[in-house]
Design a protein around this ligand. Structure first.
Ligand code: FAD
Length: 385
């Protein structure tokens, strides 16, 4: 690996790194190397076919593409077609299935009533008033002050405990900005203008994006194994963890992760939907994914279905998935972020670099913006405004 001749080095082959590499190669017509410590491209969006069932699945959890950003939508459509998948989430509580986020159908079947949309506010106001919470001091009190105790205890409490590994009373109220909640029967999980799943999977998007002789890809390659031999003149686009980049000098950022356990069920359709949440704490997983339903356009000719159970846990640094936006970690990230701004010849970004949960469209938007502002304009080829 001759690092001396590389002008642009991209660390991480998820959307953040791959979009910037694609732009450098196609728009700037410059050579770029991408490295990733994993054995595959695509980052957390990597998809593959399950050998036993032939079903496409997303290795790091179900990914639905959704956006209202026209630039991003036009960009991604250069590399894939989307199927007509439309995301809906259901939740099982006490062996009964409800719609999520909480909507009028959830409330009516939970309370066994028949409220009209214009009656919901009044109904909830009475439920909320029973608890007499004027100044919520933690996550639990904040949630109850938004939907009342019964809905909170059924649909939010157990799920939150599993998701964050903490009693919601010990979580700050600040992490709950709003609860997704609808007073009508709208069951769409997203409100975005466009949504779907790539017909040939996410990995195929990356194959197409990176299919350019200007791009060289090295897998199973950790940045920190080669860092010392990278010349100062190399422009680095780094989408790994920001605290690791600065050798944890201010301390380690905390993350949550998930363990995904695959199993095969000997039936054609197990749960009738792609994602089923499980609200109760006594059920150890938070969700079961059934990826077959992500591809309604495909007829899978078999009497088996792939299921993936999702178990959240704290991360030991090896698999950071969800940042923990509590005051301690926010403060720590601010220190690293200030340090990153001083670094020349480097972009630190993506979900790990920015210590933020980004959806795919946001990641692509940020990558396109970083390319335009920090790379293209620097070369004198971009707009100056
Ligand atoms: C469970 C889950 C479900 C999600 N579902 C959705 C969804 O439905 N819709 C949606 O829009 N978004 C979803 N997302 C978000 C989506 O995964 C992210 O937006 C996207 O992956 C961010 O891309 P990225 O390039 O920043 O990071 P990543 O995809 O994580 O890529 C970063 C890459 O950097 C590599 N790397 C890190 N450190 C090093 C190093 N030292 N050396 C070399 N390589 C390194 C990693 O191996 C990784 O491949 C989901 C996320 C999770 C966790």
């Amino acid at each position: 690996m001759d690092l001396n001749r590389i002008k642009f080095l991209v660390v991480g082959c998820g959307f953040f790194g791959a979009v910037i590499a694609e732009r450098i190669a196609n728009d700037l017509n410059e050579k770029v190397m991408i490295i990733d410590k994993r054995p595959h491209i695509g980052g957390n969006c990597y998809s593959e076919k399950d050998e036993e069932t032939g079903i496409f699945y997303h290795k790091y959890g179900t990914h639905i593409f959704h956006t209202s950003n026209k630039t991003v939508w036009n960009y991604i459509n250069n590399f894939t077609e989307f199927n007509g998948y439309y995301h809906q989430v259901l939740t099982t509580y006490k062996n009964k299935v409800f719609q999520m986020p909480i909507n009028l159908e959830t409330i009516n079947s939970f309370y066994n009533i028949n409220l009209k949309p214009y009656e919901v506010d009044n109904f909830l106001k009475k439920e909320i008033a029973k608890e007499n919470i004027t100044n919520p001091r933690n996550f639990e009190e904040k949630a109850i002050s938004m939907v009342g105790k019964p809905l909170y205890e059924a649909f939010i409490k157990g799920y939150t405990e599993k998701q964050w590994g903490k009693n919601p009373k010990d979580l700050p109220e600040s992490i709950l900005k709003r609860l997704p909640f609808r007073k009508n029967y709208n069951e769409s999980y997203f409100f975005d203008r466009w949504q779907g799943v790539p017909s040939s999977g996410y990995t195929e998007i990356f194959n197409k994006m990176l299919n350019n002789k200007n791009i060289e890809i090295k897998l199973d390659k950790d940045f920190f194994d080669i860092r010392d031999s990278i010349p100062d003149s190399t422009f680095i686009i780094y989408s790994g963890a920001i605290d690791r980049f600065f050798d944890y000098k201010f301390g380690k950022l905390d993350w949550r992760t998930i363990v995904l356990k695959k199993r095969i069920a000997p039936v054609e359709d197990f749960q009738g939907t792609s994602v089923m949440n499980f609200a109760e704490k006594s059920i150890p997983y938070t969700r079961i994914h059934e990826p077959k339903h992500l591809h309604p356009e495909t007829k899978y000719w078999n009497e088996k279905t792939l299921l993936i159970e999702e178990y959240p846990k704290s991360d030991d640094g090896s698999s950071p998935f969800y940042p923990i936006n509590d005051p301690k970690n926010k403060k720590l990230f601010a220190k690293y972020s200030a340090e990153a701004q001083k670094s020349k010849n480097i972009i630190i970004g993506g979900r790990l670099g920015d210590y933020k949960y980004y959806d795919m469209d946001k990641t692509i938007e940020m990558a396109l913006e970083s390319y335009e502002k920090r790379i293209k304009r620097r070369k004198g080829k971009g707009k100056k405004n």
